[in-house]
Design a binder for this molecule. Structure first.
Ligand code: SF4
Length: 220
C-alpha cells in the first residue's frame, strides 16, 4: 500500500499584504533597534562575529571586556589568538571567533588604514562578516541601507508569514528587497527579531495575540 502524504502547499502573500504586515509590525515594535551594544564600527564587527549562535546579552557582556583589554583595532591586530580566545570564551566557538576577530582586525589595519570600510564589497572581505552582518554595519554605523539583514529570525518569519520560502538567505534578501519598499528595509531585521522573540516564537507561535494574525499565511 502506498502511503500518500500530501505536502501542504506554501502560501505566498501579495505585495500589498506584505506591506500592510510590515507597517503593522513597525508600529507595534516602534522602539525596535539593534540589540548589540557598540561604541565604534570595529566593536560592532566583533559583536557580530561573537553573536553567531550566542545571545546578544552575552555578547554585550563580553565586548566591554575585550575592549578594556585592547583599546582599539590596532591592539587587537597585535594580540595573540589565545589572548582573544580567553576573553571571548563565554560566547562559544571561541577559537574560530578569535581567529575571525584577529583576521578582521589585521585586514582593517593593513588594507583599510585602520578604518572599518563602508561598502558591502569591502566589508565582506573581513573574516566572519557576510552580507547579513555587512548590512547591519552599513545601517548602524554609516546610515547606508543597501539591503536587508537576513538572519535566522528573518528567514524563519519570512517563510512562516508567506513572504519568501527561498532556500538561501541571499535569495530571501533579494525577494524581500523586490517586495518591500526601500524605506522599510532598515527596519525589517529589528522588527522581525523582536517579533520572533516576543510572539512568533519558533516552538509555539502565539497567533491569538499576534497583531498580524489576519494577514499572516501561517505556513508550517
Ligand atoms: S504568531 Fe502566528 S500569525 Fe503571528 S506571525 Fe507567527 S505564525 Fe503568523
Amino acid at each position: 500500500m502506498v502511503k500518500d502524504k500530501l505536502k501542504k502547499q506554501y502560501t505566498k502573500l501579495d505585495k500589498k499584504s506584505i506591506e500592510q504586515l510590515i507597517i503593522i509590525l513597525k508600529n507595534y515594535y516602534s522602539d525596535a533597534k539593534c540589540s548589540l551594544d557598540f561604541n565604534s564600527p570595529f566593536e560592532l564587527v566583533c559583536a557580530l562575529i561573537l553573536a553567531a549562535q550566542c545571545t546578544d546579552e552575552r555578547v554585550n557582556k563580553v565586548i566591554p571586556v575585550l575592549f578594556n583589554k585592547f583599546a582599539d583595532v590596532y591592539e587587537i591586530a597585535n594580540a595573540s589568538i589565545e589572548e582573544i580566545a580567553n576573553i571571548v570564551k563565554p560566547c562559544g566557538f571561541y577559537n574560530n571567533k578569535a581567529i575571525s576577530i584577529s583576521e578582521s582586525a589585521k585586514t582593517v589595519v593593513n588594507v583599510f588604514n585602520g578604518k572599518v570600510p563602508d561598502t558591502m564589497e569591502d566589508l565582506c572581505k573581513l573574516k566572519g562578516i557576510g552580507r547579513k552582518s555587512a548590512n547591519i554595519i552599513l545601517q548602524e554605523c554609516f546610515n547606508n541601507t543597501v539591503g536587508i539583514a537576513v538572519d535566522t529570525h528573518v528567514t524563519r518569519l519570512s517563510r512562516k508569514m508567506g513572504i519568501s520560502n527561498a532556500p538561501t538567505q541571499e535569495k530571501i534578501e533579494k525577494e524581500l528587497m523586490s517586495k518591500v519598499d526601500k524605506k522599510y528595509w532598515n527596519k525589517i531585521n529589528h522588527i522581525f527579531v523582536y517579533h520572533g522573540r516576543a510572539i512568533c516564537i519558533a516552538r509555539k507561535p502565539n497567533c491569538n495575540d499576534c497583531p498580524i494574525n489576519k494577514i499572516c499565511a501561517k505556513n508550517e
